[in-house]
Design a protein. Structure first.
Length: 390
């Protein structure tokens, strides 16, 4: 029996008010395992109504699947958290009714925690899936055998498959490495794909990649190839890894970084000063591109085409892929079935390791599993001071 659970809840409206939906996740507080999920539309409503609906759904999951357990609620809505904790007054009649409904479901001793939006991405994804028409209602994960969590990238790449993946056939495993730092990374400058200045690795960047090579060395005999973006900093990183792992080096143009066009080599502040309208249109947009550059949608199509080529060429094998921030985030979003907007809620450290597995599926062709994300070799457990989004 579960003694303590965490409820993660969110909701959103496309229009505020507009078509709205909620998402709720119930987790075992001790293990983080998902006990149940819920995501559904609620018609036309405001963001706040959708967020309260997510809270109510999450509390119902707790009552049904973990009766008697202590509850911690985590939401990125400051309004809902503060109102339910009793620190803010509830003035709006709609909110009063929803808060009363939620209050009837709250077990004694419930704690309320505000979290940044990036830490509430699971519930947000469920709400968006409901709005997109790809899910509706409660789902409960199938029971899985207990397996020790991997402690390293090599262990993550070789850990036994879980859930539906068990028995699904030999997976193709991608051990995805972001390149080490360059002068542009350290200076926090836009640094795009083949069309930019593309400085090579700094001494620090080469040292970071050598650390990754040593970390991956135990799996060297299983690496079929090292596949790199053709951009200079990734190619240099891949050469270091290929030599250490004794694997052949290949290139894949689809894994190159987003082209930033006229912004390449500039800092964020410089772009804001020289092209404020262009920057405003680009921020948070999937379809807007800098002048001479690419949009996130364009990059997505290119990255996923490259993924298909790699999976076909190395089916059932393990491949080390050396790439960049935007392509790696795109691969993760696609593997999770998350909307492309989720790339705005991920952080990726230079010379970090992410592990993805792709299993054959008779009905859907392929299923993906995220085994490790943004992990660092031992001794580099904190974000490097020179790390940046690009």
């Amino acid at each position: 029996m579960t003694d303590a659970v965490v409820v993660e809840a969110d909701g959103g409206s496309r229009g505020n008010p507009g078509p709205a939906a909620y998402g709720a996740v119930l987790r075992d507080a001790a293990t983080g395992a998902v006990l149940a999920e819920d995501g559904a539309t609620i018609g036309v409503a405001s963001n706040n109504v959708a967020e309260y609906s997510g809270l109510i759904a999450g509390l119902r999951l707790a009552a049904e699947h973990a009766p008697g357990a202590t509850v911690e609620v985590r939401m990125d809505s400051k309004l809902v958290v503060e109102q339910m904790a009793g620190r803010w007054r509830i003035k709006h009649p709609d909110m009063q009714a929803l808060a009363a409904e939620a209050g009837d479901l709250v077990p004694p001793g419930t704690t309320w925690t505000w979290v940044p939006r990036a830490q509430n991405s699971h519930a947000d994804r469920l709400a968006n899936e409901a709005l997109d028409g790809t899910r509706s209602g409660v789902t409960v994960p199938a029971a899985e055998p207990e397996v020790d969590e991997p402690e390293s990238a090599a262990e993550a790449a070789s850990a036994p498959a879980r859930g539906w993946a068990a028995g699904a056939g030999s997976p193709t495993t991608l051990v995805v490495v972001r390149h080490g730092v360059t002068a542009h990374t350290s200076a926090k400058r836009f640094s795009g794909g083949l069309g930019g200045d593309n400085p090579g690795l700094s001494d620090e960047g080469r040292a970071q990649v050598r650390e990754v090579g040593e970390w991956l060395a135990p799996m060297a005999d299983r690496v079929d190839a090292v596949v790199a973006s053709p951009v200079r900093r990734t190619r240099e990183s891949a050469e270091i890894l290929a030599e250490r792992l004794g694997a052949p080096l290949e290139t894949e143009d689809g894994f190159a970084e987003m082209e930033f066009g006229r912004w390449d080599g500039l800092t964020f502040a410089e772009v804001a000063e020289r092209d404020p309208q262009g920057l405003e249109g680009w921020l948070g947009s999937l379809d807007t591109a800098p002048e001479g550059g690419e949009s996130f949608r364009t990059v997505e199509a290119r990255v996923l085409a490259g993924l298909e080529r790699v999976l076909e060429a190395h089916a059932g094998r393990t491949v080390v892929v050396v790439s960049h921030v935007t392509p790696i985030k795109t691969l993760v979003a696609a593997a999770l079935g998350a909307p492309l907007e989720s790339v705005f809620h991920m952080e990726l450290t230079p010379a970090s390791v992410t592990v993805l597995e792709y299993f054959p599926d008779p009905e859907r062709g392929r299923r993906a599993s995220l085994r490790l994300f943004n992990s660092l070799p031992p001794g580099r457990d904190e974000l490097d001071a020179s790390a940046s989004r690009w």
